[in-house]
Design a protein around this ligand. Sequence first.
Ligand code: GLC
Length: 519
Amino acid sequence: MSSAWWRSAVVYEVYVPSFADGNGDGLGDLPGVLSRLEYLRRLGVDALWLTPFYSSPLVDGGYDIADHRAVDPAFGTLNDIDQLVRKLNEAGMRLILDLVANHSSSAHPWFQAALRAGPGSAERQRYIFRPGRGATGELPPNDWESVFGGPAWTRVPDGEWYLHLFDRAQPDFAWTSPQVHADFERTLRFWLDRGVNGFRVDVAHGMVKQDGLPDAGFANQIQLLGRGSLPYFDQDGVHEILRSWRRILDEYPGDRVAIGEVWASSPARLANYVAPDELHQVFNFYFMDAAAPVAFRRVIDRTIGLAAQLSAPATWTLGSHDTHRTVTRYGGGLLGVRRARAAALLMLALPGAVHLHQGEELGLGDVDLPDSALRDPMWTRSNHTVRGRDAGRVPLPWSGTSPPYGFSAVGAAPPWLPQPRSWSGSTVEAQDGDPQSTLELYRSALSVRRRVDPMAPLRWLPSDEDVLLFARDPGLVCAVNLSTVPIDLSQYGKPTVTSDPTGGGGGVLDPETAAWWAT
Ligand code: GLC
């Protein structure tokens, strides 16, 4: 197996609107990212994944793209990207961009042209326009539902409907159109030529829809995401598109990668996406769902087993800009932080690649936002029943004791989502150098992880059922105590790293803490 960088990389997700604001408009941007590179280098990550910064009306945080090859002025300039590539490479880090190919923004010139050109035109062939059902075409062409709630179709004034699996401002491309293929090849090359190291492929299971667009046949389809089959996701045809992109990546020097955001109905279907002629990796959302020891063991064994069969690296993540923050998922408050710290040590001890979500290294939880602050299209599309993903996307706290906590300069426009008063102890500045802080835990763990042979396999050691105990030989022993009583592990001596802020005195592991011993 090759030892290419991405096989054991720690990839840090920068959700650009919420990372750092360089121009004082309350929205994060590329100059903001550039100003924080030293922080990321010191944290010890190998690569940044930047969420979209392309030209966009920002209906879905930038995942509604009007020009895939332009930087939105609200986020910066192409020159910022060139600088990022250069500076990251100088610091030994890499840059991964988001490739959003399932849909564009409704402001995309192609979609605007399709609206103008009318039914039957060549311009409509690049999106999915269909006549409606019912006597006067007043019903949508089929029963598909938007991932954000409501029907997946919107009717235009001339009577046709267009498909949008997400917001109505995000029309789905027709991947039956050769022009769509050609345009994305251009986009890939545009960014690869500028030196980016690869792509995170948004909705990599989308793009191709089942022939004839048949009804799904039931409601609440989104509950099947990642669990069951749907006529608009995980169709076999997507693999051909992904393979054509892999051929392009492979033309470039320096191990360029494609990491897929894939929701498939089973781990086996998910595995279909990873191959020497397809994606290098997929996000592993199954790890996030585990809570009980047996569930952790099962998902770890399955992930590693499947990865071995595919000669691909296992991947691990505790969250992204689409999920609740780990601290909140694990119960919130101090208990949530305690568990999230233990989960981080577990994840960082596992073999393979890791995807971190900005702010998890600060132990941040979801923020309770007032209704009036919510911006996620899920909130409006669900008729104000689903609050959406904003709670985990609140701009990062860097310094100071009150908002904007150094996210923007003092006197700038307020952050686009309000930060809570309770974050004064969670800033980077407050945690920097404090050995009990979550930031220092991540820094230590990432630096010890770097010294572990990435090829070292995981070997379970005998333990109580409620304790996860394994070795990476050579490298480290990791223990996670998921029971309600302290466990004596003093035979290993004093831990090298522990999630227990009190230091895990003398090798006794308290409930809901984890520790590492370097070997
Ligand atoms: C992906 C992104 C999500 C976005 C959606 C539509 O799931 O991670 O944030 O809303 O695609 O582009």
